[in-house]
Ligand binder design. Structure first.
Ligand code: F6P
Length: 516
């Protein structure tokens, strides 16, 4: 059956959401303007969420509200704080919200990334719950609520909120009483109810999230954790089987929507002529002749298991001397949230471990680990994918992890092996990866060995199956399914009886001839 594509999604939005506005809200902006060498450049920040939503917004048009934090962002907007993006070929509007340094510190660095991030990832990093951060988080949610209300006015509008930065926003919008359908996708895991019980403002945050009409997570397990958390924390009617929660006369559907990537675009770029220059550059830089290449590409984050994957290599070289001098492991670690103590700590640990392993095994002509701590462009990363014998995603816990999907999407040659943590959401779909427990050094080292020894036919068989799964469950299907579910929800002031009767999710997919 035909899969969801950008065109199918555009067609769906044009026909089924016609006459309604679509507003996306996220913290991270999809395009950032910054000063470089005396001029202003526009870049796409490293964010799984932003790269997943950008193609959806290009397909559907609409308005995206986000925090403007580039040093040239203010110069690039009009009097309404709007800028049309992408700059070279505008397809939708970005509205920037300005936050003070204090607001950014309390809401983003403080509450979202020192409180909710470690709490939800259960990554053995203690969450910090600071009442000042919580107050600032609430205030910033209010700022975004104002921006949404200004943009939506009284028009019937679908508001699609992204992530853990805005747990209070849905309730604020609901109480503002406009004609909105409100939905949110939570891009990180939701922990089990025992872990969540440590959160000091449980009732308020759950009340906030239950302002949504629809709340999405990547996995059924995260939905179940959320429903159970609500059931044991607040007064509500909880239908566990139907995954629906009603509180104060309003109901929230809780559903899994595993996110994907734009497979075709990625695979086509990997296959394009333009890759050869990057491939040549990597080959020169890494002196790969006669060696196997292992790679890891991540934000420098303590949930990603970067020290663990270095230890796997260390154990491999210790146990199997034949690999000494024969393997290079390249880790791209994109700096992230680097003013926070836990992020400075992980950077020190990663630096020290790479140096220690290189000292232990390296020779004047060979360094087993090449650690590259900077942002790389998408073509540069795809070129690295193409050269790799294997790619490691060893997250200690991850909502989905799109690096795993991107690696396979780059391998149009149906070669290369993916070593994947069973604690990444992607492990549910990518059964043909070598799956590991990243906490076990032995398992990791053996997985590297298995990847290095796997014959061409087996690599091809596994890669083909992973590519099929990623192609089928691409980002347009994710968005199509989410928006279909959202489109079935009635507006508070609905005067369109036909729309109410319409079963959007099934009919739209059938009418468009796409896979459900
Ligand atoms: O969903 C988690 C997430 O928001 C992803 O979009 C992204 O990979 C990462 O966190 C980016 O974080 P930040 O926007 O804080 O750099």
């Amino acid at each position: 059956m035909k899969v969801w594509t950008r065109d199918v999604l555009s067609e769906f939005v044009r026909t089924k959401l016609d006459g309604y506005r679509l507003i996306v809200v996220s913290n991270r902006e999809p395009f950032q303007h910054r000063r470089a060498n005396g001029h202003i450049e526009c870049i796409q920040p490293a964010s799984g969420m932003a790269s997943a939503l950008d193609p959806v917004m290009r397909a559907s048009g609409g308005l995206w509200i986000a925090h403007g934090n580039g040093d040239a962002d203010r110069q690039s907007v009009d009097q309404f704080d709007h800028v049309q993006v992408p700059p070279e070929n505008p397809e939708y509007t970005l509205r920037r919200v300005w936050l003070s340094k204090e607001e950014e510190e309390g809401y983003y660095l403080g509450f979202a990334n020192q409180g909710l991030w470690p709490l939800c990832h259960v990554a053995f990093t203690r969450p910090l719950f600071d009442p000042d951060h919580w107050r600032t988080y609430r205030r910033v949610n209010e700022r975004f609520a104002e921006a949404v209300m200004q943009e939506a006015g009284s028009d019937p509008t679908f508001v699609f909120i992204q992530d853990y930065h805005f747990a209070l926003l849905p309730r604020m919008l609901r109480e503002a009483g406009s004609n909105l359908v409100i939905a949110q996708f939570w891009h990180i895991p939701w922990p089990n109810r025992e872990v969540f019980s440590a959160f000091p403002w449980r009732e308020e945050i759950l009340h906030g999230l239950l302002g949504n009409d629809l709340l999405g997570f990547h996995l059924p397990q995260h939905c179940q954790n959320f429903v159970e958390t609500v059931d044991c924390s607040v007064e509500a009617r909880v239908d566990r089987a139907g995954s629906e929660i009603c509180r104060g006369g309003h109901c929230t559907l809780v559903r899994p929507f595993p996110i994907g990537i734009d497979f075709d675009e990625h695979s086509d770029l990997a296959e394009s002529e333009s890759m050869s220059v990057h491939i040549r550059r990597w080959n020169q830089e890494l002196s790969l002749k006669g060696k196997s290449l292992g790679i890891g590409i991540d934000r420098l984050d303590y949930t990603k298991g970067i020290p663990e994957r270095f230890r796997f290599l260390d154990r491999l070289l210790e146990r199997y001397p034949a690999y000494r001098g024969k393997i290079v492991f390249v880790q791209i670690a994109v700096p992230s949230r680097s003013t926070l103590p836990a992020y400075r700590q992980i950077e020190l640990e990663v630096d020290a471990l790479a140096a220690q392993i290189n000292l232990r095994w390296g020779t004047p002509s060979w360094r087993p680990i090449v650690l590259l701590k900077r942002h790389y462009t998408q073509p540069e990363m795809i070129a690295l994918h193409r050269l790799a014998h294997f790619c490691v995603v060893s997250s200690l816990h991850d909502g989905m992890n799109l690096v795993a999907k991107e690696f396979a999407a780059s391998r149009f040659d149906e070669d290369g092996v993916l070593v994947l943590s069973k604690f990444a959401g992607a492990a549910r779909e990518l059964k043909d990866a070598i799956q590991i427990n990243p906490f076990s050094i032995e398992e990791g080292a053996e997985a590297y060995r298995a990847a290095l020894q796997m014959d061409r036919a087996e690599r091809g068989r596994r890669m083909r199956k992973m590519r099929e799964a990623i192609d089928q469950d691409n980002v347009y299907r994710w968005a199509g399914k989410f928006l279909s579910q959202m489109a079935r929800i009635e507006f508070p002031d609905s005067n369109d009886p036909d729309r109410r009767e319409f079963d959007f999710s099934l009919t739209a997919e059938k009418a468009l001839g796409v896979a459900v």
